[in-house]
Design a protein around this ligand. Structure first.
Ligand code: UD1
Length: 323
């Protein structure tokens, strides 16, 4: 089968590409390398037809989609605070870009499009866990764009008969997540700080919680959603079903790093939600999904990876460290 992965050079996309390659599938990637990196596809580039272009370029998306059986649409601006600073750009990529990917998928006659939706659609409603039947109520520009993408999927299914599935990912983490940007995911940022001997920064009191989901679980759910029967038009949570606070993650990381984190606490971030935890019964039922790698095991694997990728360089750049 031929798969088009938008954002295939990103953290989640490259995980999907790696698994598709392992399964012997035909892979096309479209990525403008704005946040993705070719190095994420190290050892895989000869297995991939690579289109370096933005999903906002309709012709380029059309070329990439030609002949595809499945489209896995991950390309996006993924940061909540960046969306607060740059709402127009976030909208252009996440909403207009998604619309263009949908048009290209429709015109290419693909079997199904699977979309990386987000738990941010739920906003800050106090009810936990978040279940798909709850009304969406995003509280950041980012959340609005990701939820708008879901609405477009449903309209394309209804109006054009395009099969679609929206997967609401909950805080995905793992090897290859970019740690070096202020917009990076929190666990990646914490790990890089610990490796560099710097203080991790916590926005708020650290008692906010997330359903942190290890990348392998997300890859499994996403590929399952391409081929499962009876899921077209659905919105499904992809998570672990539990949650941990940032302070708890710091305590686990201290054990892994073998030193105190000495986190610095700053003002909470605009647009942030407090707590996030998913009900995953629907994905279990419809996809046979099971989060096989739990949070602690995922964190251990991720730490090992950052240690091998960034550990030495970080130690060398640490002030006063003789190597
Ligand atoms: C994350 C994803 C988003 C996804 C959503 C749901 C990233 C960058 N964002 O959003 O794409 O749609 O989950 O799956 O992966 N924090 C700190 N210190 C830091 C960085 C963050 O305390 O250095 C805090 C934030 O204020 C927030 C929490 O950690 O309370 C999580 O932030 P972040 O990792 O950016 O993820 P989400 O905003 O939850």
């Amino acid at each position: 089968m031929r798969y088009l992965v938008t954002g295939g050079a990103g953290f989640i996309g490259s995980g999907i590409v790696r698994e598709l390659a392992r399964r012997g599938e035909t892979i096309v990637v479209i990525d403008d390398l704005s946040t993705g990196k070719e190095s994420n596809l190290k050892g895989l580039l000869d297995r991939v037809e690579f289109h370096r272009a933005s999903i906002t370029d309709l012709e380029a998306v059309g070329r990439a989609a030609r002949g595809a059986d499945f489209v896995i649409h991950l390309a996006a601006r993924t940061s909540v605070p960046r969306s607060v600073e740059e709402p127009l750009e976030t909208n252009a990529i996440n909403v207009e870009g998604t619309l263009k990917v949908l048009l290209a998928a429709r015109d290419a006659g693909v079997r199904r499009l699977v979309y990386a939706a987000s738990s941010s659609a739920y906003g800050d409603q106090p009810t936990l866990p978040k279940v798909e039947t709850m009304a969406a109520a995003p509280i950041s520009p980012y959340g609005v764009t990701k939820f708008t993408g879901e609405l477009y999927l449903q309209v394309f299914t209804r109006v054009y008969g395009l099969e679609t599935v929206a997967l609401r990912y909950f805080n995905v983490f793992g090897p290859r997540q970019e740690p070096g940007s202020p917009y990076s995911g929190v666990l990646a940022r914490f790990m890089l700080a610990l490796l560099r001997g710097e203080q991790p920064v916590v926005f708020g009191d650290g008692e906010q919680s997330r359903d942190f989901t290890y990348i392998d679980n997300v890859v499994e759910a996403t590929l399952g959603a391409c081929t499962a029967a009876g899921v077209s038009g659905r919105v499904l949570n992809v998570a672990t079903g539990s949650r941990v606070t940032l302070n708890e993650t710091l305590r686990i990381l201290e054990r892994l790093a073998g030193r105190p984190a000495q986190a610095r606490y700053e003002r909470p971030r605009a647009g942030d939600i407090l707590h996030s935890q998913a009900d995953i019964a629907l994905a279990r039922k419809l996809l046979g999904y099971e989060p096989r790698v739990n949070f602690e095991e995922g964190l251990r694997r991720t730490w090992e990876w950052y240690l091998s990728e960034y550990g030495r360089a970080a130690a060398e750049s640490r002030p006063g460290t003789a190597m």
